[in-house]
Ligand binder design. Sequence first.
Ligand code: FAD
Length: 444
Amino acid sequence: MMLSGWGRYPAIECRLERLRRNEDLWDLAASHDTLIARGNGRSYGDAALNPDLTLSMLAMDRMLAFDAATGLLTCEAGVLLADIIRTFVPRGWFPPVVPGTKFVTVGGMIAADAHGKNHHRDGTFGAHVASLTLATADGGVRECSRTDDAGLFRATLGGMGLTGVILRASFRLVPIETAFVMAETLPAHDLDEAMALLDASGDWPYSVAWIDCLARGAALGRGLVMRGRFLERAALAATGATHPLAPPARVHWFKVPVDAPSMLLNRASIGLANALYYRRGRMGATARSMHFDRFFFPLDGVEAWNRLYGRRGFVQYQCVLPLAESASGMAALLERVSTVGQGSFLAVLKLFGAAGEGLLSFPMKGYTLALDFPMRSGTPALFGALDAITHAHGGRVYLAKDACCTPERVREGYPGHAAFELVRTTTPGGRGRFDSMLSRRLAL
Ligand SMILES: Cc1cc2nc3c(=O)[nH]c(=O)nc-3n(C[C@H](O)[C@H](O)[C@H](O)COP(=O)(O)OP(=O)(O)OC[C@H]3O[C@@H](n4cnc5c(N)ncnc54)[C@H](O)[C@@H]3O)c2cc1C
């Protein structure tokens, strides 16, 4: 069947099989040279695509054990974050790290070593994984942790499925008293102010900024900085809320029924949408309590919002630059985007904390910028120009979002690349059995 990532570019004819039991894996894979695991297909580009065999993990969806003394949850890799949240929020627990959508699997979050709005304090999802069970290319099953098979463990955090199939994992949930977040929105008149506000928000567990990427001149990088923390029970009582641990009210509020005509996405329409959003946010800048679902996952309310970018799909450019290079590098990236006029509705800026332990993990201490663009004939050239800026400033792109980068840029950007390759070549069964369109394109 035709398969793609969330950006719907590229779309590739793949053989898709569903794994239902661990012991079926090598029967399913027997007549295929290569395979890759697939979670819920929320990576944007070609990471979860393999024409030979793409192995859906969605049926591996059982939660296996929970220790209420430590918060340690053990579950199969196909469990959705949305299901963990639905099950555990009413019991007063929350995942330690959540990306911008809850429709991802545990295996997908480990393989991408996903980050959230709390990276500056709590690191990536992988930092909270105590152990994982991995099916390797020799047909074996390995239990990996920081003490057992530590090299394979580090290669698998952020390893994009290239070390094997994650079958199950144990990680720690964190206690919450309520399902509500006290959220503050602050206007930033330019990029320097946005970065300074993020920097000054270190005491807030969660922070992120939305940037108007088409603003130019003195307003370059203007935006809204949002920061939040979970409310305690006593503080929530004062707001009059009656169900402190209420799960999300509904899954989706709205569905995009058809692909939007691509002519609707032009400099004028995107510029207007950005300017209106900025103005509305600036006027309403306040502190208020809101349900965590709105704070963490505002896009999840709109089903199939990826159709808004039209039939040809879209690509996301997400990079991180080292702290010392962030101010000049981010300005250069935004200048390039606003000059070309290929704007993005969603431009997100975030300050990361220190790099984690995953050999191919994306975050490093510095600022990360994520921008969505409709796929057009000029988009690969724009990405090439953005890559050159990222490279010149010592940064790298996020593999879970990528569809356009080159092997050279990835090798230069990821110093752990050589160690990653060493783990892969020395793991029984060898390099090459686990393979995706992304690994072929990037020679990983
Ligand atoms: C709206 C939106 C917002 C997002 N926000 C963020 C964010 O804030 N931070 C962030 O870090 N990411 C973010 N992402 C990206 C997302 O978190 C990652 O791409 C994640 O990997 C998707 O999980 P998935 O289950 O859909 O995996 P897929 O997209 O299906 O697969 C992603 C990778 O994981 C591998 N994989 C999946 N399951 C397994 C398994 N069981 N064993 C081995 N490998 C496996 C695949 O081979 C592939 O390489 C966002 C994505 C969307 C659509």
